[in-house]
Design a protein around this ligand. Structure first.
Ligand SMILES: [Zn+2]
Length: 387
């Protein structure tokens, strides 16, 4: 692989223009006026350079992306959406490795280099989703990690816990959960199963928590306690956590502190009109905050483009951020926050980091989020993918 010299870009956070020399898949040198005989030189003068985007929460297995448009057919209730999902999977051929591949290619072209996806596991679909995602991921230069996700409950859906275990045995990296109270009606037993599997298989945990208000707040406390007791800090996340956006300031402060101290991360998608966790408060407390699309063009809803910067814009907008330094928090969620969530090594724009990066015709981070223009260049492990 020949060296690549990116000339005159604006590496995010550096504060001044610099060249980046890429060698053997790594960022070799960063600085002004670099000399690199024999390198392929690409002029990116005045353009923003970001580390690869990290899509921290999506559902690749469910997607209809890349196929013909499917008019959405669920009514506007959770039960309606679940019924729509289960009822039409077979008719539409979900999960489909071809559609998943199309979506991953779109994500890659938009600068995403890492993806964490929640894959449905239940007695109907078994591990077919896991296999479809693996098949697609092998075709596209994006690193994909899966969460074995009990979309239709664990305790309320017999056979699911055993299949979650099968998925972990087969190498799936994380185990998911879903509304331990609202869906499974028994939060302690739900967490016993999920955390038990995580301990046994050294897996990460990422729990969908839609339960709102004080019920959701109490479940967050249970997850914090569990994480502390088992010493799993840095390996546990809660997705959505709508309750955090609904509780009063004092409760938010207490939970933010608890999440930070226990090492429990939050993942938000800022979709529809669901409450968004208080981004500034959580970051100020030191909570790892990551961002993802949630569903992309599937039987749960027709939206989602695969462009994570567009999703970061929604997060900033829903958080009513106007100032550059606030909007930049959404970009952090889509990059460094996701990298921390996944425990990525060598992530960033320093010499020695992996050369996973994206270049945009922007002067700074806030503009990248608000405008999210077409990407000039995407690089994965030193290979120029889109230019
Ligand atoms: Zn989700």
């Amino acid at each position: 692989m020949s060296d690549v010299l990116l000339r005159g870009g604006l590496p995010w956070g550096l504060g001044s223009p610099a060249d980046l020399l890429v060698r053997d898949g790594l960022i070799h040198e960063v600085g002004p006026g670099l000399d690199a005989p024999g390198a392929r030189v690409i002029d990116i003068t005045g353009q923003l350079v970001l580390p690869g985007l990290v899509e921290a929460h999506c559902h690749l297995d469910k997607t209809l992306y890349g196929g013909p448009w499917v008019p959405h057919s669920a009514d506007d209730t959770l039960a309606g959406r679940i019924g729509n999902d289960l009822g039409r999977r077979a008719e539409l051929g979900v999960p489909d490795p071809g559609r998943i591949t199309a979506l991953l290619e779109r994500m890659s072209a938009a600068g995403t280099t890492h993806v964490r996806t929640h894959t449905d596991i239940d007695p109907q679909v078994g591990l077919r989703g896991v296999e479809a995602v693996r098949e697609a991921a092998a075709r596209v230069p994006v690193e994909v990690r899966q969460v074995a996700f009990p979309q239709h409950g664990v305790l309320t859906n017999p056979g699911t816990a055993e299949l979650l275990e099968e998925a972990l045995k087969s190498g799936v990296e994380a185990v998911g959960g879903l509304d331990p109270a609202g869906i499974d009606r028994d939060p302690v037993r739900h967490l016993d199963v999920i955390f038990g599997l995580a301990e046994r298989y050294g897996a990460h945990v990422d729990i969908h928590l839609h339960d709102g208000g004080t019920l959701g707040g109490w479940e967050l406390e249970l997850i914090i306690e569990r994480t502390r007791a088992l010493g799993l800090g840095g390996r546990v996340a809660v997705s959505h956590a709508y309750a955090l956006g609904q509780l009063d300031e004092a409760a938010q402060d207490r939970l933010a502190q608890g999440l930070a101290e226990a090492g429990v991360a939050l993942v938000t998608a800022a979709v529809y009109n669901f409450p968004v966790p208080p981004v500034k408060k959580l970051r100020a407390a030191g909570v790892t905050l990551a961002c993802g699309h949630d569903g992309i063009r599937d039987l749960w809803g027709p939206y989602g483009s695969g462009d994570l910067l567009e999703r970061a814009m929604h997060l900033a907008y829903r958080s009513t951020f106007r100032r550059d330094e606030d909007i930049e928090l959404a970009l952090e969620a889509a990059t460094t926050g996701g990298a921390r969530l996944l425990g990525l090594r060598g992530y960033g724009l320093k010499p020695g980091d992996r050369a996973d990066l994206v270049v945009l015709p922007c002067g700074g981070a806030a503009e990248a989020v608000v405008v999210h223009p077409a990407r000039t260049l995407v690089m994965k492990d030193g290979t120029v993918l889109h230019n």
